[in-house]
Design a protein around this ligand. Structure first.
Ligand code: DGI
Ligand code: FE
Ligand code: FE
Length: 190
């Protein structure tokens, strides 16, 4: 599926703002893919569909989790965490996208996980640093993304956990697994 076709498929499922975010994530993912030797086709496709399920009603997302292979522990966490896993499943069902690398980049784009693939890292970082976002600490991550993909993912994982803890939010295990694994990769084990 080419870029324009993919964008036509996702557009009706997103708000105007989210569609613009999606285009910026796709462009950011493309340039990270180019820089770090990841397939540009896979990076672009994963980016275009990464928030595909974001505006499904919560009750529908819940039904998809309940009735599929997705892990049921998701249901004990905020529904914001469901759109990645459900989206990765729906693009296969609805568009026949069977590429497991693309599916898993979408699956883990919100939380990360242990041992992320280069493609997963590209989407995880692109979603966070796309030029439409602005908050304290983001420019530091943008600079790092030009130098070291793993270290920039580590910063994102750390910032996300710090942010969630400051809001007294529960943290999904994969979010911690990503942080621990990236910390070991950046700073070495003990
Ligand atoms: O869909 P986007 O807004 O582009 O970005 P996203 O999918 O990365 O993140 C959606 C939200 O999920 C973001 O506000 C941070 C939050 N989040 C990430 N990890 C966790 C989390 N929320 C909880 N409760 N627990 C997590 O582990
Ligand atoms: Fe998302
Ligand atoms: Fe996003």
């Amino acid at each position: 599926m080419n870029r324009d076709e993919a964008l036509l498929h996702v557009k009706p499922h997103l708000t105007e703002k989210r569609f613009e975010h999606t285009i910026r994530v796709a462009d950011t993912a493309l340039s990270l893919a180019e820089k770090y030797g990841v397939s540009k086709e896979q990076a672009e496709l994963a980016a275009i569909f990464h928030d595909y399920a974001k505006y499904r009603p919560v009750a529908e997302l819940r039904r998809w989790v309940e009735s599929s292979y997705l892990p049921k522990d998701l249901l004990q966490y905020h529904h914001e965490l469901w759109h990645g896993p459900v989206g990765s499943m729906l693009i296969e069902l609805e568009y026949g996208i069977h590429d497991q690398d693309v599916k898993s980049a979408i699956y883990y784009h919100t939380t990360g996980r242990k041992d992320m693939s280069p493609l997963e890292l590209v989407l995880f970082v692109a979603d966070y640093i796309e030029p439409g976002r602005q908050f304290p600490g983001l420019d530091e991550v943008r600079q790092m993304a030009k130098l070291d993909l793993v270290k920039s993912a580590w910063m994102i994982s750390r910032n996300t956990i710090n942010f969630l803890m400051s809001k007294n939010q529960p943290i999904y295990p994969d979010t911690f697994y990503a942080y621990n694994d990236l910390t070991n990769k950046v700073y070495g084990g003990f």
